[in-house]
Design a protein around this ligand. Structure first.
Ligand code: FE2
Length: 350
């Protein structure tokens, strides 16, 4: 039986989805080359040390901002509220819990945003006002529910999908997303001592919009940001193109049991881990969904449904990187520090 009104909290649906993401790169030109030439994203603006991009089904004028920094990592994850009132409610809640940083100016299609941090210090933003991307006439699709034509460059990703944050205390960060932002827990990994090693949370119906996994380092680092293909063939086509252009695979193509998503993990030239999603994960429409609990003895199944195991460094490498610099991918040893991953054997790119 479902829970009664006495013990069922009123759900919060104030956050729509992940709409923007800022990635730091020490080699901006190469990172932009990766996202535009190989993954077919479209450059929409440049400002200062930053380049703004979007996938062809991202609705706003940018979904990815690439900014120059000495070390790779993330600037912020930007969430769009479901209404102006929802934004007000979330700002008030975040402010009350003491993690608010204040308002920041809008940029390139995304209006003013309220900036805050997770308990681990990972920077997040939430906003309401946006400008929709308006394609030039020659980029308009005959498919009127599509933002624009599918680009002819590389193997184009459709859109920004989700973010995975390394967390010192998974439970504390999970509670923050749940209590202050209204995210619902879809699945989690709970170890023998009852410590949560991972949590996958959704804002609406996507299996997860944010994942939190245990950080062996200091917490608050980027594990990966993911972009959606939406079908298997495009992911396999991307494997072909990326391999031929010297992009190092970390894992896949394979499928996670958690979320059921089909994936590859690669390193963009700046050193950040990028996940490309083929067949997307499941949708949750059940309002009383019972979070799936993966215990110690089922972790291997949770992480890999089918495909080869992940390398050990998958659990420890994040950006900015704080551990050993020797990273063993399935194919070769590479240096994990920013920009060095591919430079040991640079392919001809430009
Ligand atoms: Fe992911």
């Amino acid at each position: 039986m479902s829970a009664s009104a006495h013990d069922f909290p009123e759900p919060i649906f104030d956050v729509a989805d992940l709409s923007t993401f800022e990635l730091f790169s020490p080699v901006v030109d190469e990172t932009v080359w990766f996202f535009t030439n190989l993954l077919g994203m479209i450059e929409t603006a440049r400002s200062g040390d930053s380049v703004f991009l979007r996938g062809y089904e991202d609705p706003y004028a940018h979904s990815l901002k690439i900014t120059h920094r000495e070390k790779p990592g993330m600037g912020y994850a930007g969430w769009r509220a479901t209404s102006p009132q929802a934004l007000e409610r979330r700002v008030e809640a975040i402010d009350r819990c003491g993690l608010g940083r204040g308002w920041v100016e809008g940029e390139v299609g995304v209006g003013p945003a309220y900036e805050f941090t997770t308990p681990d210090g990972s920077v997040q933003r939430i906003n309401w006002e946006v400008e929709y991307y308006r394609p030039e006439k020659d980029q308009r699709s005959v498919v009127l529910n599509r933002v624009q034509r599918r680009p002819l460059s590389g193997v184009p990703v459709r859109a920004l999908d989700h973010v995975n944050l390394l967390s010192l205390d998974v439970t504390a960060n999970k509670r923050f997303f749940a209590e202050q932002l209204g995210f619902k827990l879809s699945e989690h990994i709970v170890l023998g001592d009852d410590v949560e090693a991972g949590a996958w949370l959704r804002s609406m119906t996507r299996s997860h919009d944010v994942a939190l996994v245990k950080d062996a380092g200091g917490g608050g680092r980027l594990h990966h940001v993911a972009f959606l293909y939406g079908n298997t063939q495009h992911l396999i086509d991307a494997c072909d193109v990326l391999t031929d252009h010297g992009i190092e695979f970390e894992a896949g193509p394979a499928a996670h049991a958690i979320s059921q998503a089909q994936f590859i993990y690669v390193f963009e030239p700046g050193g950040n881990r990028i996940e490309l999603v083929g067949t997307p994960g499941y949708q949750v429409t059940d309002p009383s969904w019972e979070p799936v609990r993966w215990a110690q003895d089922t972790i291997d199944d949770a992480i890999i449904w089918y495909g080869s195991p992940l390398p050990a460094e998958f659990d420890t490498y994040g950006t900015p990187h704080s551990g050993p610099t020797a990273y063993r991918t399935p194919n070769r040893y590479v240096t994990a520090e920013a920009g060095m991953i591919l430079r040991a054997d640079p392919p001809a790119r430009f």
